[in-house]
Design a protein around this ligand. Structure first.
Ligand code: ATP
Ligand code: MG
Length: 198
């Protein structure tokens, strides 16, 4: 028993040393680019969770949402009251329209607001929710996006969510997480739920 305890203590001590060393090595301070991608549920939730975290610390945040559902938006209802600016893609955008020009116009309108946010030194955190699709569908120019991200204020953090993030975004990002789908209620015929899914 005493031997077990000794071994455990040694292991933990070594682990602590390694962690302390890594913490000591992480000395750079800068705004981060985070990409949350993959096919599982939790990308937007993670993005909004980070915005809530930042708001809780008194930081200024802005949100752009590139796909407007037909339902109301719980995050917007809450965060707008706390001073977070929202830019949501105008109604009319749906995957079904298949009207490339109308969809491009709708995306471009929000993108112009995004560019302003990415130049605004007063904004500490900017969430670009479902942005990846705009690149995939060519509604937003990739080079223009990369330039705007590269030229943003150095303290500003940006979170991009959406499936199939372009490899250039993954390369540019500091932190990339892929949410994997293990199972989803929808596949079992369960309806999307207010407060959980939107
Ligand atoms: P959430 O907003 O819940 O974090 P998400 O941002 O990861 O989800 P999106 O692709 O943006 O995922 O889809 C948003 C909606 O689709 C949510 O209602 C979510 O529950 C649902 N959804 C997400 N992933 C899946 C999946 N693998 N199968 C079915 N529905 C999904
Ligand atoms: Mg989402």
């Amino acid at each position: 028993m005493a031997q077990d305890q000794d071994r455990h203590q040694q292991r933990q001590q070594k682990l602590k040393q390694q962690v302390d060393e890594r913490i000591a090595n992480a000395t750079e301070e800068k705004g981060l680019l985070l990409v949350i991608t993959g096919n599982g549920k939790g990308k937007s939730t993670s993005g909004f969770g980070t915005v809530a975290r930042a708001v809780g610390h008194g930081f200024n945040c802005g949100v752009a949402q590139f796909i407007k559902g037909t339902w109301e938006n719980g995050e917007k209802n809450l965060l707008e009251k706390l001073g977070v600016t929202f830019h949501v893609m105008a109604t009319g955008f749906t995957w079904e329209t298949q009207n490339k020009q109308a969809d491009t116009d709708a995306a471009q309108q929000v993108w112009q607001e995004c560019k302003k946010m990415l130049q605004d030194p007063n904004l500490d955190v900017v969430l670009l929710d479902e942005l990846t699709y705009m690149v995939t569908y060519d509604y937003i120019d990739l080079e223009e996006l990369l330039t705007a991200l590269n030229q943003r204020p150095s303290h500003q953090s940006v979170i991009i969510t959406g499936r199939a993030a372009h490899r250039s975004l993954i390369e540019l990002a500091d932190t990339v997480s892929e949410v994997r789908n293990v199972k989803h209620a929808f596949d079992a015929g369960i309806k999307a739920r207010k407060g959980i899914d939107w």
